[in-house]
Design a protein around this ligand. Structure first.
Ligand code: THU
Length: 129
């Protein structure tokens, strides 16, 4: 499937503007291409109880599931300036569940596979061993 990275980047920047980040003032947006061609997005949503705030990727995964599931092919995550952002550890695990080792994440050095972003990841197959 053809990946339009510019379009994904644009979608990530657009949804980033909608982030609710009054405590950190650090807005995050994420957009992903799904294997059926649709694009899903997410932004962070913080909370007065700081520790329960949701990362942008949490919203993305919820949206993926709510709109029919599927496999993540390519992901762009951005900060408030629109620069490519490195997903936190927990969110790498969330992305891995739905994208596996082949999913591509855009980085300042170009697209990198999840096997590079989260090496030797624990995943669904480990539960069957
Ligand atoms: N954040 C994300 O949304 N995704 C990440 O991968 C890293 C961090 C959010 C959480 C919090 O709302 C803000 O960025 C500052 O940590």
């Amino acid at each position: 499937m053809e990946i339009n990275w510019d379009s994904l980047h644009k979608s990530a920047k657009e949804i980033m503007q909608k982030a609710y980040a009054p405590y950190s003032n650090f807005k995050v947006g994420v957009a992903a291409l799904v294997d059926d061609g649709r694009v899903v997005v997410g932004c962070n949503s913080e909370n007065a109880s700081y520790g329960v705030g949701l990362c942008a990727e949490c919203g993305l995964i919820s949206s993926l599931t709510a709109t029919g599931g599927g496999r993540l092919i390519a992901v762009v995550c951005v900060d408030g300036d629109g620069n490519f952002l490195s997903p936190c550890g927990r969110c790498r695990q969330l992305l891995f569940e739905h994208g596996g080792n082949e999913m591509l994440l855009m980085t300042p050095d170009g697209p990198k596979p999840m096997s590079y972003i989260l090496p030797w990841a624990f995943g669904p197959e480990d539960l069957n061993k």
